[in-house]
Every structure is written in structure tokens, then in C-alpha cells.
Design a protein around this ligand. Structure first.
Ligand code: KG4
Ligand code: ZN
Length: 374
């Protein structure tokens, strides 16, 4: 291998974003294109797997073409193709994998298989590099928190393992719903649109986070595990006990049906009681995420905390992590919104050390919907 910076095309299609990106030297983003399917899944209140696969098929060619164009390169300039092999929706993964396989074969370039969760870890390092900041110090505790995942890993540097610069240990994770899924389900109960997180994040600023007390999930065993299905049910029972909130829910449903999705418009249709409910829900979720991650970080004597995934955009989560990390003398790192949510730059970056180590895939590479990271 020469010292020339190698160029990797990343492809991501594990859920509802079709993404392609060109990354040089494993750390410099030349382009990152994401085609989101939110508009397609919105009316169902969640991702519909069959529709996701069909949309990936429609998008993959133009998305890759645009990624190359924006990077100012051609297919011949690529040194390798890295593709998400799992975890994710099997039909969705297969679109990216099949396309990546054929492309790599046609070009005679190596194919690299990447774990989507490892991509989320790399997103934090890509962000530091883009911001010209030193990389987070390891070992780190990394919370990956999105619509599909809520999991804490211990991330260590691993010079022994040529195929990845990091090694991972799973410290805990959700036993039922992911945190983003809880946001989306509660948003559905309250008629706040899909995805629920961004709107609830905004509306929560206008409510009293201490108005309603949601009990902590009672779980035996691993103190770093999460459970978010209980709080969703608690919101459902709260609404049953407060039928006076139904007319405003109906009004918001009507507004959503007419295409109105702005947080300001929805706020006009939300009573103080609803804003308090949203703020209290958010507080409970954020406190739980922060407390367990900080506890896991301290127990493992880490230097840094990394927070990645769609929910990492939540402003209360960020503020609360900043405060708590400072209190415990830990540094905390978040990617920008574009790198937090699913993207292919993180897949190309995670593929880079595998490429350098010669860990290439052949035509047998297959989708692994439940692929663990550790
Ligand atoms: O990473 P992502 O784009 O897709 C996957 O789930 O893989 O994350 C989307 C999730 C959704 O559940 C959405 O409601 C949530 O992240 N989300 C937020 C915020 N922005 C997105 N949750 C809370 N606060 C936000 N600001
Ligand atoms: Zn993801």
C-alpha cells in the first residue's frame, strides 16, 4: 500500500435512508449524499420494510452518481467499496449489498463489509476531524441512540486487531423499544407527526418537565440496560385518564392530514397540559439515557463519552450530557446532525481500517439483520 490517501465509496441502506459518500484516507469527507424516505413512511407512523426496499432500489443509482459527482471523481478513482452488511432490515440491506458487490466486481476493486453500529462510532471521529479537533481519547463509552438502536459500548483502541482500530464491548442496551422509537410512538399517540423526536424536542421547551412523574423502569440485572416500552404505555394511560385532551389530538390529526407539520403550528394546537406531558416524557427519557451512560462510563474508567444516532440531535440530551460529563470530569462528543443520523460517510470511514488490513469480502457477502457489534 502506498502512502497516497485511499478513496472509499461508502453505501448505506440499512433502514430508511439511501446514502452514498466518498471518503479519503478514512477521515476526510469528499461528499455525503442522503436520500431520506421519511415522506414515504410518514403516513404509516414508522418504517414499512417493503416500501423501504423498493425506494432504496429507486434511489441507489442516482445517489451513488451524485456522491461521485460532488466528490469530483469517477468510479475508476475509487480504491474500494464499503457497504453496510447489518444490522438492519434484510430487504433494505440487500439492495446496498447487491449493488456494492456488483460495482466492486465490475471495477475489480475490493469490497468491504461494515457493521452499521461501528459506522455510528466512526461518525464521532469524522466530526472531530471535520472540526479540526483532536479525536476523542479512548477508552470511551459510546451511546448509540436512534429509532432502531439504544446501546452502550465500551470502545478501546486496538492496535493488535489490524482490521479495525477499535475493539468493542457491549455494556448494555434496550430490552424493548429504542429511545427514538419511544419518541415516535408517543408522538403518534399525541398526533405530533412522524418522526416524533424533532417536534417533541421543540415543544418540550415550552412545557414543565417536572409536571408529571414517570417512574423509572424497574429492571433487575444489568444496570446499563434500558427499557422504554413502559413510558410509552404510561403516556397512553395518562391520555385515557385525561379525555379532555382528545379534542386537541383530533385537531392536530386534522392539521397533519392537511400537510401542516411545523412545530410552531402544532404548538398552537397544544394545551399547557400537553406541553407539560411532552416535557416530562422527554425529561424522563433523557435522564435515563444520561444517568446510565455516565454510570457505565465511570464504572469502566473511560476518558470520553461519545453520543451518536438520530436522538443525539436532542438539545436537552446534549445539554444534560454536557453538564453531567463536566461534573464527572469526562469529555463528551456528539457528531453534527448530518453525521448523527444514518449516512454513508460513517460507513466508508469504518470500512477504511478493514480495507487497509486487507479484510475484503467476496461474492458470498450477505445481509445480517441482527449482526452484533460485540
Ligand atoms: O438515526 P436515525 O436518523 O435513524 C435510525 O433510527 O436509524 O434516527 C431517527 C430517530 C427517530 O426515532 C427520531 O424521532 C429521532 O431519531 N430523533 C430525535 C430527534 N431528532 C431525531 N429524537 C429526539 N430529539 C430529536 N431532536
Ligand atoms: Zn443508524
Amino acid at each position: 500500500m502506498t502512502t497516497q490517501r485511499k478513496i472509499i465509496l461508502g453505501i448505506e441502506s440499512s433502514c430508511d435512508e439511501t446514502a452514498a459518500a466518498v471518503v479519503s484516507g478514512g477521515d476526510t469527507i469528499l461528499s455525503s449524499i442522503v436520500a431520506s424516505q421519511i415522506a414515504i413512511h410518514r403516513k404509516y407512523g414508522g418504517v414499512v420494510p417493503e416500501l423501504a426496499s423498493r425506494e432504496h432500489l429507486r434511489q441507489i443509482v442516482p445517489v451513488v452518481r451524485e456522491a461521485l459527482e460532488q466528490a469530483g471523481i469517477t468510479l475508476q478513482d475509487l480504491d474500494a467499496v464499503a457497504v453496510t452488511r447489518g444490522p438492519g432490515l434484510v430487504g433494505a440491506l440487500l439492495v446496498g449489498i447487491t449493488y456494492g458487490k456488483v460495482l466492486a466486481q465490475a471495477l475489480g476493486k475490493p469490497l468491504i463489509g461494515v457493521n452499521h453500529l461501528e459506522g455510528h462510532v466512526h461518525a464521532v471521529f469524522l466530526e472531530a476531524h471535520a472540526a479540526k479537533l483532536p479525536p476523542p481519547e479512548l477508552p470511551a463509552a459510546c451511546l448509540i441512540v436512534s429509532g432502531g438502536h439504544t446501546v452502550i459500548y465500551l470502545v478501546k483502541s486496538d492496535s493488535q486487531n489490524g482490521a479495525a482500530h477499535f475493539s468493542y464491548e457491549r455494556l448494555g442496551g434496550t430490552r424493548d423499544d429504542a429511545a427514538g422509537e419511544a419518541y415516535d410512538k408517543v408522538a403518534r399517540l399525541l398526533a405530533l407527526g412522524y418522526p416524533g423526536g424533532p417536534v417533541m424536542d421543540q415543544l418540550a421547551q415550552h412545557g414543565n418537565p417536572r409536571a408529571i412523574r414517570f417512574g423509572e423502569p424497574k429492571m433487575k440485572g444489568n444496570p446499563y440496560d434500558f427499557s422504554f416500552s413502559g413510558i410509552k404505555t404510561a403516556v397512553l394511560y395518562h391520555l385515557k385518564r385525561h379525555p379532555e385532551l382528545q379534542p386537541e389530538i383530533d385537531a392536530r390529526k386534522e392539521a397533519l392530514a392537511s400537510g401542516e407539520r411545523g412545530a410552531d403550528a402544532l404548538r398552537q394546537l397544544a394545551s399547557t397540559a400537553t406541553l407539560d406531558l411532552i416535557a416530562s416524557f422527554q425529561r424522563a427519557v433523557v435522564e435515563d439515557l444520561v444517568a446510565r451512560t455516565i454510570a457505565a462510563a465511570r464504572q469502566n474508567n473511560v476518558c470520553s463519552i461519545l453520543v451518536s444516532g438520530g436522538v443525539a440531535a436532542n438539545r436537552e440530551l446534549r445539554a444534560s450530557f454536557e453538564t453531567e460529563a463536566r461534573r464527572h470530569n469526562l469529555s463528551v462528543f456528539f457528531p453534527s446532525r448530518a453525521l448523527s443520523t444514518d449516512n454513508a460517510a460513517m460507513i466508508a470511514a469504518a470500512g477504511y481500517p478493514r480495507f487497509v488490513a486487507g479484510q475484503h469480502e467476496d461474492a458470498t457477502l450477505n445481509a445480517e439483520p441482527n449482526l452484533p457489534l460485540a
